[in-house]
Design a protein around this ligand. Structure first.
Ligand code: PGA
Length: 260
């Protein structure tokens, strides 16, 4: 019912030559893949070249952040219309690295979500608890707070067009992924909240990705969970083989769901 989506978050990696090689390798290696959607999120400086390499093909382009204003005196910032202009379909918002390193607040993330929707980008709203919050039994409280604040004032049809990503902070870049069971529990909780904020129908069609140390060898088990609708992949998206390996596993899970 929900086609899996696998997104590569390249973070602050990829000089132009590397970006070109990675994007063309992924494009060429995934020509015949079905039952899955794929997006690459390179750094800003590589968006234009990756956009050109992906052309009008099935792999989509995404950015890792945007400003909430459409234009203005904001030195160093990039707006949603600029991302749409260079060919982006998706934008990651509220990634924990930005919340932690740049002090991004829930209120700012919410403004970005609304700006992205206003300019026809698909926001991928990221939520997740820290190790300490999990230890204290605050996982659900944390993700609920981030979700409600991030979606404040967004109409149901806007939420319906979004993607959510559950990324436990303790799993990002650590090599320790959440177990499929741990992730599915939080995904189910988030889906319940979306149902409350919109409708049961919308909640059932909304994709919730898992992110945090997804690799080719754990992608199978994660994507087999009915609640997990794909992956947001950091480190493993930086090699053609690693990323393609994950996409193919997600595609297999997608085909099973569809009964192909
Ligand atoms: P990771 O990063 O796959 O390197 O853990 C995931 C993310 O931060 O989106």
């Amino acid at each position: 019912m929900r086609t899996p989506l696998v997104m590569g978050n390249w973070k602050m990696y990829g000089l132009l030559a590397e970006a070109r090689a990675l994007a063309s390798g992924v494009r060429d290696g995934l020509k015949r893949v079905r039952d899955v959607e794929v997006a690459l999120c390179p750094p800003y400086t590589a968006l234009a070249v990756v956009s050109e390499i992906l052309g009008g093909g099935p792999i989509r382009l995404g950015a890792q952040n945007c400003h909430w204003d459409a234009s203005g005196a904001h030195t160093g910032e990039i707006s949603a219309p600029m991302l749409a202009d260079v060919g982006c379909r998706y934008v990651l918002l509220g990634h924990s690295e930005r919340r932690r390193e740049m002090g991004e607040t829930d209120e700012q993330v919410n403004r970005k979500v609304r700006a992205a929707l206003a300019h026809r980008l698909t926001p991928v709203l990221c939520v997740g608890e820290t190790a300490e919050e999990r230890r204290q039994g605050l996982t659900f409280t944390t993700v609920e707070g981030q979700l409600r604040a991030g979606l404040a004032g967004v109409p149901a049809e806007g939420i319906a067009s979004m993607v959510l990503a559950y990324e436990p902070v303790w799993a990002i870049g650590t090599g320790v992924n959440a177990t499929p069971g741990q992730a599915a529990e939080v995904h189910g909780y988030l889906r319940g909240l979306v149902s409350e904020l919109t409708s049961k129908e919308i909640a059932l069609t909304l994709r919730i990705l898992y992110g945090g140390s997804v690799k080719p060898d754990n992608a199978d088990a994660l994507c087999a969970e009915p609640e997990i609708d794909g992956a947001l992949v950091g480190a493993a998206s930086l090699t053609v083989a690693g990323f393609i390996g994950i996409v193919k596993k997600a595609a297999r899970a997608g085909a099973v769901t569809k009964g192909d």
